[in-house]
Ligand binder design. Structure first.
Ligand code: ATP
Ligand code: ATP
Ligand code: MG
Ligand code: MG
Ligand code: MG
Ligand code: MG
Length: 266
């Protein structure tokens, strides 16, 4: 269609290239997962299989969308960070977001079929995700972004753990459990769990409390600049075979974690 009289329509496309030398973070989030989790009978407050499904989907993104060096997930969301100098899709936001979210969704549905063989997806109620792209100009703001998401995980999980314990073990109605928790601080929730139910929140699974971090075991396969076919094949093979580690560590306080991750990135 080159040079056809129709081609001017291309001029209507906006230039949505993200700024150079910034960390691009793309976050996907499940659409209506509160309902989705009811429809497919997720265990409350945390369905382990459903979290594993998210982790598998995120691994699919790391392997299939080049230049993602770190990912963090909790509940129905996952954040992906690109190498600061990535030139994937010339950094066009729409291309990056749509590729990440569709790769994530495709892998989620595939992982679902493996993890929930007895709970098949209903064609009228399929999992979908939205996505957004945000640029962080320096390491501090990138760290603060992850701290924000991990703090969110902690706050929600402490609330949900207490709420569902009151409902499941305390025989409270959801309404009464909610009322009881109004105005409570973290310390109060820990106290309810411990005193009334003998649950030490600290002993809850790390994945529930901290979320999941995915990182390459070794980032020795940076996408080559203007690659030859041979370089590209080599790159693809290294990504296919590389090991991805899944961690549930504290990324808010752990300086060593960031030193390691960023040493590889630069
Ligand atoms: P939106 O479309 O605006 O994102 P949403 O219903 O997805 O709406 P979120 O704030 O994203 O709202 O919350 C996701 C919800 O999905 C949680 O509140 C929780 O009820 C449910 N959920 C997600 N993952 C799990 C899980 N592994 N186990 C149990 N429930 C889960
Ligand atoms: P990119 O990732 O840049 O889009 P691409 O390989 O998808 O690369 P396109 O320009 O989008 O390139 O072209 C899509 C190609 O997919 C076509 O050239 C054709 O080879 C193939 N294709 C798509 N649909 C069909 C179809 N229904 N039957 C046969 N081939 C198809
Ligand atoms: Mg949302
Ligand atoms: Mg959601
Ligand atoms: Mg969410
Ligand atoms: Mg195409």
């Amino acid at each position: 269609m080159a040079n056809s009289k129709f081609e001017y329509v291309k001029l209507y496309e906006s230039d949505d290239r993200l700024l150079p030398r910034t960390y691009i973070v793309i976050r996907v989030d499940g659409r209506g997962f509160h309902q989705f989790s009811k429809k497919y009978d997720f265990e409350k407050p945390n369905d382990l299989n459903a979290l594993n499904c998210m982790n598998k989907a995120a691994e699919g993104v790391m392997r299939n969308v080049q230049d993602v060096f770190l990912a963090y997930g909790q509940s129905d969301e996952y954040s992906f960070v690109f190498l600061k100098d990535t030139n994937l899709f010339e950094r066009r936001a729409s291309k990056l977001m749509s590729t990440v979210v569709s790769t994530f969704t495709a892998n989620y549905i595939y992982a679902w079929s493996q993890l929930f063989p007895n709970n098949p997806l209903d064609g009228n109620f399929l999992p979908t995700f939205d996505s957004r792209a945000v640029m962080y100009p320096d390491v501090q703001s990138l760290k603060d972004y992850f701290s924000w998401r991990q703090a969110d995980c902690h706050i929600n999980n402490l609330y949900n753990t207490t709420f569902w314990t009151l409902v499941q073990k305390g025989q409270l109605t959801p309404h009464d459990a909610q009322t009881k928790l109004i105005g409570t601080l973290s310390a109060d929730k820990n106290e309810i769990l411990f005193t009334d139910f003998g649950i030490n929140y600290n002993n809850e699974p790390e994945m529930f409390k901290k979320g999941s971090i995915l990182r390459w075991e070794k980032l020795d396969h940076k996408y080559p600049k203007n690659p030859t076919k041979r370089q590209l094949d080599k790159y693809r093979k290294s990504v296919r075979d590389a090991k991805i580690n899944i961690l549930h560590c504290d990324i808010i306080k752990d300086e060593q974690f960031w030193n390691d991750v960023l040493a590889e990135e630069d």
